[in-house]
Design a binder for this molecule. Structure first.
Ligand code: CA
Length: 229
């Protein structure tokens, strides 16, 4: 269970089948990633918290704690490290990709290790930089400046309330990523807030009204909201 510092950063792989774990490790290493392997879910969760990897590759059926539970606990703690699941069955895919777990991607076993490496690289490209990164974000005609806390449509300033701004900034920090109402409540309002999930809908509607035709917020029926990427 060693972790080697590599230029692309450290990937945590939690997989209890040694042959698969070894294959994944070899391909990620060859691509310039450091790899830390764990075989047990509890050890995997602890490693994710301790090592702060750039991404996690999680098998779902694991001893100790399932991969989905690891992901859920990370998200609950506000940890948005990209997670890619290794799923053994097609019927697991809906649950994982329904994004209730906050997964970023998945591959179904048997998978090509090249494909997995490509997914890891893609997820890191999409999520490059932590959400609090200071540079302005541009999606379509909308520009959001996290430092000056300003929003503009085609250069014209739009007045958002503080909460509306935080909501839009959270969505635009991860374009294409679908957030559930519960996730948005936790991230924008904080766990202490007693607001119901309806609050999220109301604020999304307000932001959309203010952005007009340039609105970048998309509804994912039955799941939540995402900013266009
Ligand atoms: Ca397994």
């Amino acid at each position: 269970m060693t972790a080697d510092a590599q230029p692309r950063g450290l990937v945590l792989v939690v997989e209890d089948e040694p042959a698969i774990a070894d294959l994944v490790r070899r391909y990620l290493s060859r691509d310039g990633f450091g790899v830390h392997l764990e075989r047990d879910g509890m050890a995997g969760l602890a490693a994710a918290r301790r090592l702060r990897p750039v991404a996690c590759v999680l098998d779902i059926a694991l001893p100790g704690l399932t991969g989905t539970e690891i992901c859920r606990r990370l998200r609950e703690a506000g940890d948005w490290t990209p997670v890619i699941f290794l799923t053994a069955r097609d019927d697991e895919v809906d649950r994982v990709v329904g994004l209730e777990l906050g997964a970023d991607d998945y591959v179904t076993k048997p998978f090509s290790p090249r494909e997995l490496v490509a997914r890891v690289r893609a997820v890191l490209r999409r999520t490059a930089g932590p959400p609090e990164v200071d540079r302005p974000r541009v999606v379509g005609r909308v520009t959001l400046d996290p430092v000056r806390r300003t929003v503009a449509v085609a250069g014209a300033p739009v007045q958002l309330t503080s909460t509306e701004f935080d909501l839009l900034a959270h969505l635009m920090a991860r374009p294409g990523r679908v957030f559930t109402r519960e996730e948005l409540l936790a991230a924008v309002w904080g766990y202490a807030a007693h607001a119901g999930t309806r609050t999220v809908d109301v604020h999304v509607a307000q932001v959309r009204a203010k952005l007009g035709a340039a609105s970048v917020i998309r509804t994912h029926r039955g799941v939540g909201y995402a900013a266009d990427g």
